[in-house]
Design a protein around this ligand. Structure first.
Ligand SMILES: Cc1cc2nc3c(=O)[nH]c(=O)nc-3n(C[C@H](O)[C@H](O)[C@H](O)COP(=O)(O)O)c2cc1C
Length: 305
């Protein structure tokens, strides 16, 4: 069941997705976190953020919209209150980093990378870049490459995951840019932009007007993007992929692995049923037994061409 993200060994390929499992042990009442492959924190920014006005989540057919807006306690409080708890985790921990400027990403990344209990950083590049007039970092290959390279230079020894947004015409271009900037692993996908309208009031349901769609509704699009990035960017460069988007079962996880993911992350389904994380691990194990496959890594990217 083990897998390698570069030098980092995971006991199994199942991780939490950022923003859906809190900062540390919030889910421990419902799931034995020690059994997971790795833990990913919610996004941390330099300053504390209140996030967007309510309503911030809305259930849709086969999924949900969220417009949380990166609400978080900010870097100082995270280091003071959450890092001491993360030190107790027995599985690799990745801190998800977000910001509005390259300097903000670098400041958070540098500080967090200094803690020995942190296995690596995941850059959430789906944030508007204030210094470039609000264009999301992750949709502009050149801007993305500069961002990743700046963090790479500031944290030369850190394991760097770059989390790609699906809201682009060609995800291969941003995947290649992240690799050229110095990413060690790519994670995909973040949420798809969406909107829901209350037909009685004729108002958008989310306080922020738009939000990000996640859950089973996005799975086929996410599998497609993982396979495309695997074939055209990640495999040629020897860079592993963490696949996510609507995973609810071991079978769903296997689909992502066949498409090219070395590991998988689970977000929305964790909100429905936190114990799904360990069920997914068992589902993958059962598939390997049923199909007489010795190791999950043998399956990566083996969908027929
Ligand atoms: C409520 C909610 C909050 C999220 N917050 C973050 C976040 O803070 N940072 C981030 O990189 N992704 C965030 N995401 C995106 C997820 O990590 C994941 O990429 C996406 O939801 C697709 O996976 P899923 O369909 O399994 O949820 C959030 C998703 C949800 C549903």
């Amino acid at each position: 069941m083990s897998c390698q993200l570069g030098p980092i060994r995971l006991a199994n390929p199942v991780m939490t997705a950022s923003g859906t499992s809190g900062y540390t042990f919030e889910l421990s009442e419902f799931v034995d976190l020690d059994r997971l492959g790795a833990f990913v924190t919610k996004s941390i920014t330099l300053e504390p953020r209140m996030g967007n006005p309510p309503q911030r989540t809305y259930e849709t057919a086969g999924g949900m919209l969220n417009s949380i807006g990166l609400a978080n306690v900010g870097l100082e409080k995270f280091c003071e209150e959450k890092i001491p708890l993360l030190e107790r985790m027995t599985i690799p921990v990745f801190v998800n980093v977000a910001g509005k400027t390259i300097d903000e990403y670098v400041a958070v990344a540098q500080r967090v990378a200094g803690f020995s209990c942190i296995a690596g950083l995941e850059l959430n590049v789906s944030c508007p870049n204030v210094s470039q007039g609000g264009i999301t970092f992750g949709i502009d290959p050149q801007g993305l490459k500069e961002l990743v390279a700046a963090v790479r230079t500031a944290c030369p020894k850190s394991f760097l995951i770059v989390k790609l947004t699906p809201n682009v015409t060609d995800i291969t271009a941003t995947a290649k840019a992240a690799i050229e900037g110095g990413a060690n692993t790519l994670s995909l996908v973040n949420t798809f932009l969406g909107m829901a309208i209350d037909i009685e009031t004729r108002r958008p349901i989310l306080g922020n007007r738009t939000g990000g769609l996640s859950g089973p509704a996005i799975k086929p699009m996410a599998v497609y993007m993982v396979n495309k990035v695997y074939q055209e960017a990640a495999q040629p460069a020897g860079v592993p992929i963490i696949g996510m988007g609507g995973i609810c079962s071991g079978e769903d996880a296997i689909e992502f692995i066949l498409a090219g993911a070395t590991a998988v992350a689970v977000g929305t389904e964790t909100l429905v049923q936190p114990s799904c994380l360990t069920n997914i691990i068992e589902g993958i194990r059962q598939y390997l037994i049923d199909h007489h496959i010795a190791a999950v890594k043998e399956l990566v990217g083996t969908v027929e061409k």
